[in-house]
Design a protein around this ligand. Structure first.
Ligand code: S3P
Length: 209
């Protein structure tokens, strides 16, 4: 599929949902489909901190991770961030707007993303803090990729042991507790169980056009 320029302007498309719902793969498909950059919040945090998320959880704890997450979200949505370091160029993506790429290591300061488009794949717990949820509501068109517990478990498979919050069990309780938060943050809810990432991306593209 070839990239095409988004018909929308000045839009941050946020993808939310529980771990394993497909936020990152849908983000990549959507980025290809619309020809706009994708930033994965988890990757952004890891690059900024120079450490992996499991390492941050293991050594500094969840609160420290949540602080980094809130800070990263604010940075991204206020348009001052080292974009060049985090810009994801999926293999299939043919087109990256050159003006979006900052000089090596320097911070991109300007109107981005306020006057440009961005896809932001959030972490599964980004919406936990009310101030994050409020910022997402204010600045983004937010899509909740809703999946059943069975589909999530299937999708996560062996990865469950690498997710700090799933290591000690509690999958069901977390999902129950968070579903209303994803729902409240969302402008649109998409039931993704029977859909491929490309199909979900297609639905989102239609919803915003
Ligand atoms: C988390 C989800 C993870 C990551 C961190 C915490 C959560 O992101 O941010 O491990 O609280 O649900 P994904 O949803 O992308 O796996």
């Amino acid at each position: 599929m070839t990239a095409r320029t988004s018909r929308c302007s000045s839009m941050v498309i946020a993808l939310t949902g529980f771990m394993g719902c497909g936020k990152s793969s849908v983000g990549r498909e959507l980025s290809t489909l619309l020809g706009i950059p994708l930033i994965d919040l988890d990757q952004y945090i890891e690059k900024k901190a120079g450490r992996s998320i499991p390492d941050i959880f293991a050594h500094d704890g969840e609160t420290a991770f949540r602080n980094l997450e809130s800070e990263a979200l604010k940075e991204l949505l206020s348009g001052v961030f080292p974009l060049e370091k985090v810009l994801r160029t999926p293999p299939k993506q043919a087109w990256v707007p050159p003006s979006y790429v900052a000089e090596g290591g320097t911070f991109f300061e300007g109107e981005y993303p306020a006057q440009n488009n961005l896809i932001l794949s959030l972490g599964g717990g980004t919406i936990l803090r009310p101030e994050n949820a409020a910022l997402i509501k204010e600045r983004c068109k937010c899509f909740f990729l809703r999946a059943t517990e069975e589909a999530l478990r299937l999708h996560l498979g062996g990865e469950q042991s690498q997710r700090p919050l799933l290591k000690s069990g509690g999958f069901e309780a977390l999902l129950r507790e968070r579903t209303p938060l994803y729902t409240a943050a969302a402008d649109f809810i998409i039931d993704v169980d029977s859909l491929s990432p490309m199909q979900v991306a297609g639905i989102i593209a239609n919803l915003i056009s």
